[in-house]
Ligand binder design. Structure first.
Ligand SMILES: Cc1cc2nc3c(=O)[nH]c(=O)nc-3n(C[C@H](O)[C@H](O)[C@H](O)COP(=O)(O)OP(=O)(O)OC[C@H]3O[C@@H](n4cnc5c(N)ncnc54)[C@H](O)[C@@H]3O)c2cc1C
Length: 378
């Protein structure tokens, strides 16, 4: 085997990459965490950590982190659709800005020895002689480095590989796009401790107050709505109005994401494992993405340790399988729910049930929001 510059290179310092880097650096491995942007950075996200995300942090020894950072307890979901509203209790959850959460996870990784390389785009290159190469590109430098194992946690990024790539992303036809912004103020009806979710025919908008007191808006829109409205600000106004929520002065600046619903053709290749959104994502209706990212970070660690010296193709199969078990099933459920809500009759019936018989809907909501497969993430 050729000598490697690093034991592990992790691409992307979102929740998946930062937590994986931390767990691996804590095992005294030489870990390089490469991030394209300067941190701290804001990102399009509803900023809600559900029970599963909080539980996964706890199992990594970071149980009190979100509360310490000021994460606001989420106690209610205020759901609006077609002029009907339902107020449903939430058993668990916190709202925390991604600026603060992601920076804290990176700090945790650096504290146990991971090296952070910010403002650098990393692209995966080939594998040869027991190492995989990665191209690092910053404003001033272009270099090639090697690692025994490379983790790709680049979220919905368009580009993470130098061609030819062993892994490609398949985007679903009709996939919605994400968009978001932060507002300094919002009407009192958008109070803290509540997820305010407006569902329209061509998208939905979630509003939550984070630890800063600001209102964080995150939305998924049909492309046709963005086109007919002329942009996310007007699209959000339309969805809020259609659902029956108070208007918001959501002038922006808005940021949009790439198409949301996608999956990777493979989630592993020689000395390469893909995790978090980079391995596949669905619409964010159930707000579980951070939990999925964190649990995939914990689940990937034993396979990395196994593959460091002697990479066996079985590791690739094992990762595909455990990823499908851990995340795939939940993603299908979330996708099914988001799809059902696009059907006016089903969404109307669900809304009537939620507003008149919350006792029936609340257990399902807490199941979606709460813990799952506890054993699998250990
Ligand atoms: C509208 C919307 C609302 C959402 N709301 C919620 C919610 O309320 N709760 C929830 O749990 N989830 C929510 N999600 C999902 C959640 O945001 C994601 O699932 C989560 O951020 C995934 O984490 P990640 O680490 O995989 O990727 P990211 O958090 O996207 O991190 C990837 C990182 O990689 C970096 N990167 C990209 N390419 C490169 C490269 N080539 N080299 C180096 N660095 C690179 C990026 O700059 C980024 O920092 C929402 C998503 C959307 C779109």
């Amino acid at each position: 085997m050729s000598p490697a510059d690093w034991d592990v290179i992790v691409l992307g310092a979102g929740p998946a990459g930062a937590l994986a880097a931390r767990q691996l650096a804590a095992q005294s491995l030489r870990v390089l965490l490469v991030e394209k942007q300067a941190f701290p950075r804001w990102k399009v996200c509803g900023s809600c950590l559900n029970g599963h995300a909080l539980e996964t942090l706890e199992s990594a020894g970071l149980g009190g982190l979100v509360a310490r950072l000021g994460g606001v307890k989420l106690e209610r979901l205020r759901l609006a659709l077609g002029g009907h509203q339902a107020l449903l209790p939430l058993a668990v959850g916190r709202a925390l800005s991604r600026r603060r959460l992601d920076q804290a996870l990176v700090d945790e990784a650096v504290a146990v020895g991971a090296e952070l390389l910010p403002r650098t785009e990393a692209l995966v290159a080939g594998a040869l002689g027991g190492v995989r190469s990665v191209q690092l590109k910053s404003a001033s430098d272009l270099t090639m480095v090697t690692a025994r194992v490379v983790l790709v946690a680049t979220g919905l990024a368009e580009r993470s590989f130098l061609s030819p790539s062993p892994i490609s992303s398949h985007v679903n036809r009709g996939s919605r796009v994400g968009a978001g912004c932060v507002l300094e103020s919002a009407p009192p009806s958008y109070g803290p401790g509540t997820i305010h979710m407006a569902v329209g025919r061509q998208g939905y908008v979630g509003v939550v107050r984070t630890e800063t007191g600001q209102a964080n808006l995150a939305a998924a829109f049909d492309r046709s709505l963005l086109k007919s409205c002329g942009g996310p600000s007007a699209a959000a106004r339309q969805v809020l109005n259609e659902a029956g929520f108070e208007p918001l002065d959501a002038g922006g600046p808005w940021r949009a994401t790439a198409a949301l619903t996608r999956r990777s053709t493979y989630v592993a290749a020689d000395r390469l494992l893909v995790l978090g959104d980079a391995a596949g994502y669905v619409e964010p209706f159930t707000g579980e993405g951070i939990g999925w990212a964190l649990s995939s970070a914990l689940a990937v660690v034993p396979l990395v340790l196994q593959g460091l010296s002697d990479w066996d193709p079985r590791i690739e199969r094992d990762w595909a399988q455990s990823h499908a078990t851990l995340i795939g099933r939940r993603q299908r459920l979330c996708h099914g729910l988001a799809f059902a809500l696009r059907r006016p009759r089903i969404s109307h019936a669900l809304m009537l049930a939620a507003s008149h018989l919350p006792i029936l809907v609340t257990p399902a909501l807490n199941h979606l929001n709460g813990s799952f497969q506890r054993q699998a993430i250990r």
